[in-house]
Write a protein that binds this ligand. Structure first.
Ligand SMILES: Nc1nc2c(ncn2[C@@H]2O[C@H](COP(=O)(O)OP(=O)(O)OP(=O)(O)O)[C@@H](O)[C@H]2O)c(=O)[nH]1
Ligand SMILES: [Mg+2]
Length: 461
């Protein structure tokens, strides 16, 4: 009984936070912001292209997005992670001293820790310890808006929590004077499921996971029906992919007149949005904005965002949006390419979109090409400023050309009674040649494979 109530309550606070009518989260002003100490590592055997300082900068941004106050940072270079604490025992002592000095009440590790490592660290440091994955989950919980998005986040939280179950933060809660620890005011570390002084019944959580999976399967079936209909229309689908904060939502808004929230924040977008876009030559397509990627994000976490994944799988073309002005643009692009490989969608046609060129002073087309070459990006590149609307016409033309490569070639004589087919061709395909005679319209061009059968009976031999 008690357990059931706990889970229900924690779900309320984690998922159904108090929001204003326009979706902004209300901060209880009485809640002190938590003081976080960041711990990074550079592990020789991981051969990560990220310098540890840059990775910590990113972790600090994540912490800021989760409403934490970063009060210190520390890192260690190691040949390999250490089994007991991930970092070496000497370093743990340093962290303890720094925690004392900065009065930190939360330690955030930049690497994924095993459940045992978290336990050992917490015993040693007498403070809550979380890892990067938990922090990202916390941000996801804040930013999920749709019913499905919330179900997905809750599922990911429980799956993360299950192997980490144990008695939670009784002494910390006494210190901070909060009850239950699932407030909306920035108690980081799996807000909601698990933040409690009670021992949690594993079976209850497993049951909840099963229930969440059923709910999601239901949503999935509905979406699949919708997709089937969409597929039959032959309208091509373009998915925007890229590192978080690259400008995907801004680009969707600029190309389609959508009104998706675009912010200088990590993971502003979690739920996919699809809008119709009118491309040069009056070609119609659908453009979908998806969740951003980030380094050290376990692929199963992205997989949890099944809606996003399905949109990417369904797409005829991926636009890989890169913030070309970011110091780590190259690492970002590599992370995205690797994530696409892990998600097994790297076989799809990809156009790389170098965004934010308005911030590059005096950049020329050659200069931008050179930047792209230095970053090791593939040749298929378009430079744009989503914010200023620069380069969007060229991008549209390149999208049409790339989509046309996936279409089938058709040569047909369409009688005038079937002008509707000519209009359909104009909208969904590419017309390369047209001539009108008394027999009808002779058209040569390309059509999406799904539409070609409708034209078969008018095809010229
Ligand atoms: N200067 C400049 N800023 C841009 C441009 N495009 C996007 N931005 C800014 O970059 C920030 C991130 O943009 P978003 O469109 O939210 O990025 P996103 O890729 O959707 O990010 P997530 O949804 O968080 O993964 C916002 O502050 C935008 O205003 C651009 O072309 N030029
Ligand atoms: Mg976005």
């Amino acid at each position: 009984m008690r357990m059931v109530r706990m889970l229900e309550r924690s779900k309320e606070t984690a998922i159904n936070e108090i929001r204003t009518h326009d979706g902004k989260r209300l901060h209880p002003t009485t809640m002190p912001r938590r003081r976080a100490l960041l711990v990074g590592t550079e592990i020789a055997s991981f051969r990560s292209p990220w310098p540890v300082e840059d990775s910590l900068d990113e972790l600090a941004l994540l912490a800021k997005t989760a409403d934490l106050e970063v009060v210190g940072r520390i890192f260690q270079r190691l040949p390999e992670p250490q089994p007991k604490f991930f970092i070496g025992p000497g370093k743990v002592k340093e962290v303890a001293a720094l925690r004392e000095q900065t009065q930190a009440d939360l330690i955030v590790f930049d690497d994924e820790l095993s459940p045992a490592q978290i336990r050992n660290l917490e015993e040693e440091l007498q403070t809550q310890v979380i890892d990067r994955t938990a922090l990202i989950l916390d941000i996801f919980a804040r930013h999920a808006r749709t019913h499905e998005g919330r179900l997905q986040v809750e599922l990911a939280q429980y799956q993360y929590l299950l192997p980490r179950l144990r008695r939670q933060w009784t002494h910390l809660e006494r210190q901070t004077g909060t009850s239950g620890g699932t407030s909306a005011g920035g108690m980081v570390g799996l807000r909601g499921p698990g933040e409690t002084q009670l021992e949690i019944d594993r079976r209850l959580i497993e049951r909840r996971i099963a229930w969440l999976k059923e709910q999601l399967a239901d949503v999935h079936r509905h979406r699949e029906l919708y997709r089937q209909r969409r597929r039959q229309t032959g309208v091509p689908i373009i998915a925007l992919v890229g590192y978080t904060n690259a400008g995907k939502s801004t680009l969707l808004n600029a190309m389609t007149g959508a009104d998706v929230l675009a912010e200088d924040k990590l993971f502003a977008t979690l739920d996919p949005t699809t809008r119709q876009v009118l491309l040069p030559g009056n070609t119609v397509a659908l453009m979908t904005d998806t969740v951003g990627f980030i380094q050290k994000l376990p692929p199963q976490l992205i997989a949890a965002f099944r809606a996003t994944l399905e949109e990417i799988e369904e797409a005829d073309l991926l636009l890989h949006v890169v913030d070309v002005t970011h110091r780590n643009a190259q690492e970002h692009a590599q992370t995205v390419e690797q994530t696409l490989r892990e998600l097994k969608v790297d076989h799809k046609p990809i156009l790389t979109v170098l965004n934010k060129i308005d911030l590059l002073e005096g950049a020329t087309a050659e200069g931008i090409d050179q930047i792209a070459a230095e970053m090791g990006l593939p040749g298929d590149i378009v430079a744009v400023s989503a914010r200023r609307g620069w380069g969007l016409q060229t991008l549209g033309e390149r999208i049409v050309a790339t989509l046309a490569q996936r279409m089938v070639r058709v040569d047909a004589l369409i009688p005038y009674q079937r002008n509707d087919l000519v209009a359909l061709w104009r909208q969904r395909g590419v017309i390369e040649f047209e001539e009108f005679s008394s027999d009808g319209a002779h058209i040569v061009g390309r059509l999406p494979p799904a539409l070609a059968p409708q034209f078969a009976r008018f095809a010229r031999a």
